[in-house]
Design a protein around this ligand. Structure first.
Ligand code: FES
Length: 86
């Protein structure tokens, strides 16, 4: 089983880390033009936030999504909000 951690960086994005490797950076400042991903806008818009780290529970949806991303699988968001991993 892989370990998934979401690390909120100081004044920056949420990093999705699978087995120690950063696989994505998600915006948490609200300023990205590439939502939900960080585009570096937090460096220019004065975003200030503390660092925090959460270990993601195995088999949760986020854990599955992170592993899919790490394995270069495709995620599909359906009209009713479901995330499919294909
Ligand atoms: S956290 Fe980087 S653009 Fe929002």
């Amino acid at each position: 089983m892989s370990e998934v951690v979401v690390k909120s960086t100081e004044n920056g994005p949420n990093l999705v880390i699978v087995n120690g490797k950063v696989v994505q950076a998600w915006c948490r400042c609200g300023g990205s033009t590439l939502m939900p991903f960080c585009d570096g806008s937090h460096k220019r818009n004065g975003f200030v936030a503390k660092t925090h780290e959460v270990k993601v529970r195995q088999s949760s949806l986020l854990w599955r999504i992170a592993n899919a991303v790490a394995g270069r699988r495709m995620l599909v968001l359906t009209k009713n909000g479901l995330v499919l991993i294909v």
